[in-house]
Design a protein around this ligand. Structure first.
Ligand code: HDD
Length: 721
């Protein structure tokens, strides 16, 4: 088994790979069949004569082809497209106050983790940049067994009860008659379902916001979504909400960029994660918890068990209990990223479930799905899924059993095996479920405390800046314009009007429709509530304040670091080498990455006659793949770049997407090729994030870096009409 050693560094990893093929005695480098027979010719099948038919006895060919024919397994029904990495988790001194979990006790200890990020709706080969929720699943290989925190980058969910999950997924996946659209929610079946499910409105606000088009997996928050329980050493329980806070801040791209990235590099997020780790820029998150004492369960005007609700950070602050660093890429995509099996039911002593009905249903689903996806109840024996904690039980046999269990005893109690394996007492680390008192009737109902579907949707929308609200409105206009059935659009406008009338009006305007005066019932009900005649609409609770934590722009997390950000340098023959080197050195000092974009694929000549290696031919890239653009000085270079057809689009897009543009000396002349240059008065350049040698307060490099730290100059965006 490959142990996930958090501290194994990349160099050592590479060395080990070499060793596997180059044993010193030379014996292990030969190609063999699966049975270990050395292969002498892997290029020709066995034939009757060199122009004759192939022979059935060719066991080498048959084995090779048979294996190949079975190399695919069913992809995940949701979260099929993902990327993953290894790393470690380290608790801080706070953690042990809240939970007795072993991996949270010692601030000097580290626990290996494997993390898989994913989109939800698209198939395995779909684009990373779809508007979608992102999965954020973490497997902690603790000494007390595996703990999986299987969350998303959005802290709530579309539905309140797991019984609706198959409906949600059937609605959002490509439509069954023609399998379109791929990896997108902008189609009738999705919005038909949503328009009939008022409980999804809060999640819709998040999914239509820029949270659903992250700049990078490394720049996303993660959430456990459900309320879980922590149990401490005194056996006291508290409710917890899990939060992952990214060290690089929470950032997104804009929709036009997302659409263009999908064409330019559908692997944008996968590549970003892989390259960051390969270059030693290890992604890092803090793990935080909102802790709510058991006694406060009913203190809020929403239900802690309702997965469509957040606990606003202003009501219960997030306490940081540790950090996670991802420092090693997988060795093999299939063996690790594809075969990893997460499960919200994988918990360890010190952590427990609540009665959230969405969580309760998930506890069944995840093992069940692995049986058809990985093909056997022995999927826990696949190396990436194995716990590092010793594992002994009486489970036996089944497809693909790896372990050779010795002896004749596979039952409990037994005397023939000396009673092994023994049950652990609680004091010995045996798992005990929290002894929650349950005194209830068996019903198929939803609690009335789940019935307010709009207050938090409103809270989210109203907590956003104008720019962010405009993006939500535009996203809804886009999605609903793709809907073909007018009645679905109308129902959606009715629901939006319950969130915010201005929002509904603005969306309606973009659709050329009116907001319905009396939206279709039921509103603010759980699905099926009318049948039971029990749940009455609850008056909307207007939250007293907005929550800055919900806005990516206002959020304190919107870190101004430029670490690992990608800067395109537009260069051609005659570029000023000094201008390139000065800016490059300054950016690299801040941890940013510079890519020389040239007019060919190899190298260009600087004005000083030196060779400058090209990272990308201009032909193969677009500005959407970079965070900022710099135009170095050099008259000949600028003249040559002016001839390139791609330059106007490159610069216009950088401007349109509100990203920083820097130009050294005559570099500014290249902006004459753009269609935005006329809008810019020289005095306003810097305010607009266009940094030139003429406008500098400090130095070109310092000003460019500080402008990059702002990430986007939203001032360039025209307000919505
Ligand atoms: Fe789920 C995969 C997250 C509700 C059923 N889910 C899956 C993954 C993530 C989540 C991140 C991918 C894990 C990986 O990378 O392998 N799911 C969530 C969150 C939910 C949620 C945050 C709501 C809070 N899921 C949910 C429900 C059900 C499922 C209600 C079913 C009743 N989810 C599955 C699944 C998947 C899955 C079908 C597909 C592949 C897998 O489990 O291993 O069983």
């Amino acid at each position: 088994m490959k142990k996930n050693d958090a501290n194994r560094n990349l160099e050592e990893n590479a060395k080990q790979k070499d060793l596997a093929y180059n044993k010193s005695d030379g014996t292990d480098q030969f190609m063999t069949t699966d049975q270990g027979v050395k292969v002498n010719d892997d290029n020709n099948s066995l034939k009757a004569g060199d122009r004759g038919p192939s022979l059935l006895e060719d066991f080498i060919l048959r084995e090779k082809i048979t294996h190949f024919d079975h190399e695919r397994i069913p992809e995940r029904i949701v979260h099929a497209r993902g990327s993953a990495a290894h790393g470690y988790f380290q608790p801080n001194a706070e953690a042990k106050k809240y939970s007795k979990a072993g991996f949270l006790q010692d601030a000097n200890s580290t626990t290996p983790v494997f993390v898989r990020f994913s989109t939800v709706a698209g198939f395995r080969g779909s684009t990373d940049m779809a508007r979608d929720v992102r999965g954020f699943a973490v497997k902690f290989y603790t000494e007390e067994g595996n703990f999986d925190l299987v969350g998303n980058n959005i802290p709530i969910f579309f539905i309140q009860d797991a019984a609706k999950f198959p409906d949600l997924v059937h609605a959002v996946k490509p439509e069954p008659h023609h399998e379109m659209p791929q990896a997108a929610s902008a189609h009738d079946t999705f919005w038909d379902f949503i328009s009939l499910m008022p409980e999804s409105m809060h999640m819709i606000m998040w999914a239509m916001s820029d949270r659903a088009i992250p700049r990078s997996y490394r720049m996303m928050e993660g959430f456990g979504v459900h309320t879980f329980r922590f149990i401490n050493k005194k056996n006291e329980s508290s409710f917890v909400k899990f939060h992952w806070k990214p060290k690089l801040g929470t950032h997104a791209v804009v929709w036009d960029e997302a659409v263009k990235i999908s064409g330019n590099d559908p692997d944008f997020h996968r590549r970003d994660l892989w390259e960051a780790i390969e270059s030693g820029s290890f992604p890092e998150w803090e793990l935080g918890v909102q802790v709510i004492p058991e006694a406060d369960e009913h203190k809020f005007d929403f239900d802690l068990l309702d997965p469509t609700k957040i606990v606003p950070e202003e009501l219960v602050p997030v306490t940081i209990i540790g950090k996670m660093v991802l420092n090693r890429n997988p060795d093999n995509f299939f063996a690790e990223t594809e075969q990893v099996a997460f499960h919200p039911g994988h918990i360890v002593p010190g952590i427990d479930f609540t009665n959230d009905p969405l969580l309760q249903g998930r506890l069944f689903s995840y093992t069940d799905t692995q049986l058809s996806r990985l093909g056997s109840p022995n999927f826990h024996e696949i190396p990436i899924n194995r716990p590092i904690a010793p594992m002994h039980n009486n489970q036996r046999d089944g497809h693909m059993r790896q372990e050779i269990n010795v002896g004749r005893v596979s039952y409990h109690p037994n005397s023939l095996g000396g009673g092994c394996p023994f049950q652990a007492k609680i004091a010995e680390g045996g798992f005990e479920s929290y002894n929650e008192r349950i005194d209830a009737k068996k019903v198929r109902e939803r609690s009335e405390s789940f019935a307010d579907h709009f207050s938090q949707a409103k809270l989210f929308f109203e907590s956003q800046t104008q720019v962010e609200q405009d993006h939500i409105i535009n996203a809804l206009r886009f999605e609903l314009s793709k809907v073909e059935v007018p009645a679905i659009r109308e129902r959606m406008l009715g629901l939006l009007s319950q969130v915010d009338t201005n929002l509904a009006k603005a969306v309606a305007k973009g659709l050329g429709m009116q907001v319905p005066r009396s939206p279709e019932r039921p509103m603010n009900h759980g699905v099926g509530a009318d049948d039971k005649g029990k749940q009455e609409p609850k008056p909307l609770v207007k939250y007293a304040q907005t929550s800055d934590a919900l806005s990516m722009i206002k959020n304190k997390l919107n870190s101004d670091t430029i670490e690992s950000r990608q800067v395109a340098f537009l260069c051609a023959d005659g570029v000023d080498g000094n201008s390139v080197n000065t800016m490059k050195a300054a950016l690299e000092k801040e941890g940013a990455t510079v890519k020389i974009i040239g007019t060919n694929a190899t190298a260009i000549k600087t004005a000083e006659g030196k060779e400058l290696k090209v990272d990308h031919n201009l032909l193969t890239v677009s500005s959407v793949l970079f965070d900022a653009v710099f135009i170095p000085a050099g008259e000949a270079s600028i003249d040559r770049l002016k001839e390139e057809e791609k330059i106007p689009e490159f610069l216009n897009d950088t401007y349109k997407h509100c990203k920083v543009i820097g130009a050294d000396q005559e570099g500014i002349l290249l902006l004459n090729e753009t269609n935005f240059v006329l809008q810019l008065s020289e005095a306003k350049l810097e305010e607009q994030g266009i940094i030139t040698s003429d406008t500098t307060k400090a130095s070109l490099t310092a000003d460019f870096i500080s402008a990059m730290g702002e990430h986007r100059f939203w001032i360039r965006e025209k307000p919505l009409t």
